[in-house]
Design a protein around this ligand. Structure first.
Ligand SMILES: [Zn+2]
Length: 370
């Protein structure tokens, strides 16, 4: 086993090719009618109204009406759902450039990540759009598969004895993800000047203003105003519970698409030895789940169609269900492995088994004699 994270070889992919060119032509054809594009955008905007409305209703009730624990818990549940919808259906599309036509408006809508989620959209675009989308499941480059030294998600990462239990304890790590990014993750990435191996430049002018103003707005509504209304320990408990719930939902959604038995992983050295086509790499390192579950598709912003999202990140997610049919046909024609888990249960079991296998792989095996 090698610690591939120490590699200096930059991963290279072959771009273009018949597979992705044909898919792009078919998707363009599907999106050609103005009616189709308008329908997709209106669905996206309607969802945004629901997400922001839910956040506003839950938060204003929480800080203005103290009629008991149950109402408080209901408001927190509303905040969690509103946050998940904003994260998956609004900021994710906007920061990919799929929400509006212009970059400026997309960045402005993407800034909801700063103000409403407490996470820098400036850092997110490097962490997610560059590190994760360009180098999907490439060890050392894709920050989403790096939990070393707490967990091992990729066969190339060095085995440690404690990883043997990672399929039990990793859920508590997932539950801290959002809190980590809100408190120190953004700052550490900005100080280091990189996410994975992708450069993260110091934000200037409007990027810097957006980052600082976003943090100030988030801290004001999420912590300062509740502290005026409630005792500090109620705010602390509510805030920790709220971030843990949103973290587990967010982390699990992304992990079910990439950290499962059916997904490929690679190192920069492997990609240097055998050049892969980028589009084929994206399909084979990604897995869809519950493709026919309309409710889940709506809530997760189409992230159960991650294959389609990775191939067409600049298309609004409201089109993924249609694009999936095109991608499946293309994969069958070009011999590209396309995997869609039939249910959430199957997807979670596959992630669990992958974690268990990664935890055991490479450790000395005790052989029972007699
Ligand atoms: Zn994305």
């Amino acid at each position: 086993m090698t610690e591939a994270s120490g590699s200096c070889v930059k991963p290279q992919f072959d771009s273009g090719g018949d597979f992705i060119n044909e898919l792009r032509r078919e998707v363009e054809l599907y999106l050609q009618p103005r009616r189709t594009r308008l329908r997709g955008r209106l669905q996206l905007y309607a969802k945004t109204v629901v997400a922001f409305g839910l956040l506003l209703a839950a938060w204003s009730t929480l800080v203005s009406d103290r009629r008991g624990v149950w109402l408080g818990l209901l408001c927190l549940a509303g905040l969690v759902l509103g946050t998940v919808l904003t994260a998956f259906c609004v900021q994710h599309d906007a920061n990919h450039g799929a929400y509006f036509r212009t970059r400026r408006f997309n960045h402005l809508m993407g800034w909801t990540a700063d103000a409403l989620l407490g996470i820098s959209s400036y850092t997110w675009r490097v962490k997610h759009n560059v590190a994760h989308h360009t180098y999907t499941n490439v060890d050392g480059y894709d920050d989403d598969i790096s939990q070393v030294p707490f967990a091992r998600l990729v066969p190339l990462q060095t085995p440690r004895p404690w990883y043997r239990l990672q399929h039990y304890y990793i859920w508590s790590l997932y539950s801290l993800m959002v809190l980590r990014w809100q408190t120190g993750g953004d700052a550490i990435a900005l100080i280091q000047g990189r996410v994975g191996r992708s450069a993260l430049r110091v934000p200037r002018r409007w990027d810097l203003v957006g980052l600082l103003a976003g943090k100030a707005i988030f801290v004001s509504w999420a912590i300062v105003v509740p502290l005026v209304v409630y005792p500090w320990w109620v705010v602390l408990a509510g805030y920790v519970g709220f971030t843990m719930a949103t973290s587990v939902i967010t982390a699990t959604t992304f992990q079910l698409a990439h950290c499962v038995e059916e997904a490929d992983f690679a190192s920069a050295e492997q990609l240097a030895a055998v050049r892969r086509n980028w589009a084929v790499h994206e399909v084979e390192t990604t897995v869809d789940f519950c493709p026919r579950n309309v409710v889940l598709t709506w809530v997760l912003g189409g992230l159960n169609y991650q294959i389609e999202h990775h191939l067409f990140p600049r298309v609004p997610h409201t089109h993924y269900a249609h694009i999936a049919e095109i991608v499946q046909r293309g994969c069958a024609k070009h011999g590209v492995r396309y995997t869609a888990q039939p249910s959430l249960r199957v997807a979670i079991r596959s992630h669990y088994r992958h974690l268990r296998a990664m935890g055991r792989l490479g450790l000395p095996v005790e052989i029972e004699m007699g």
